[in-house]
Write a protein that binds this ligand. Sequence first.
Ligand code: ATP
Ligand code: FE
Length: 335
Amino acid sequence: SIILGIESSCDDTSAAIIKGNRILSNIAANQAVHKEYGGVVPELASRAHQQNIIPVVEKSITKANIQQNAISAIGFTRGPGLLGSLLVGTSFAKSLAMSLDVPLIEVNHLQAHILAHFIDDANPMPPKFPFLCLTVSGGHTMIVVVKDYFDMEIIGKTTDDAAGEAFDKIGKIFDLDYPAGPIIDKLAKEGNPDTFKFNKPKLDNYDYSFSGIKTSVLYFIQKEVKKNPDFIKENLNDLCASVQKSIIEILMNKLEKAAKELDIKEVAIAGGVSANSVLRKAMEDNHEKLGWNIYIPKFEYTTDNAAMIAMVAQLKFERGEFTDLRTTATAKYDL
Ligand code: ATP
Ligand code: FE
């Protein structure tokens, strides 16, 4: 069946059309308004969603080259995310489902990041259950055991900042634009990752912590800038490479521990930070070294996108899992 997916949980308004497991269109309007504030401003995000949603949905239908009446159901992100942003997508999805007289299907944004691996062009072969998925984004960092499409167990998660948040906050210390993750990745390519060392958290289980490294970078920079006001500028590439190396090592150490202790060799990554080149390289190394079967999403399925929402909606459609029109958006939403 043909399904329209709508994503509006944060600062990207996105719509996608899926047919079976195949994406026919995946359109996104990114919101530039937040750049000058160094982070997403919720009130501005909701307003931009309100402006973008109709053109983005129309474009997704045109690009997919289908008639509006070919749509069998509407999938939308119900949560987690910014409530004001979610409300725009939720209200729009409800209205459209009502006017087209098709079922409505709610989608958990985090499940969608993970289940994006089942889009037909995401991987040559989809992961086999049970698989581990390191889900790393702007708001979440967790290791998930995916036992089935809708049977997921979080075995470890961050106790403070998310990894993407750490990239973004440290980038702010370096005076980089928001979101700093992709900028750090790029600048790090010209830097030496072994120049600076930062504190690593000591947690026994599968949990993460990223506030320590952020503080450690902040104090180090404050101290150095006092001695040399141009310290950041002169060392930016090495700083980025060193910070990136530390964050990715923290992420991979726990993932390796989980894979070993649970004896699972099917290992995936998902979420915005899974676009990171060093993380992707570390996964490839473990395919060689540890014999992991690895699943690395295409770039367009890493950060927020409606293709992944449409994918989950398709899986739920096949299972007859529909959502009552009286449903409401939810800022917090467990897996
Ligand atoms: P959540 O999915 O938890 O609700 P979100 O939707 O805001 O959060 P995503 O869009 O999945 O998060 O990911 C955005 C995050 O990914 C940002 O923190 C951004 O800096 C980070 N990111 C994107 N590309 C890279 C990269 N190449 N290297 C490191 N981080 C990256
Ligand atoms: Fe996301």
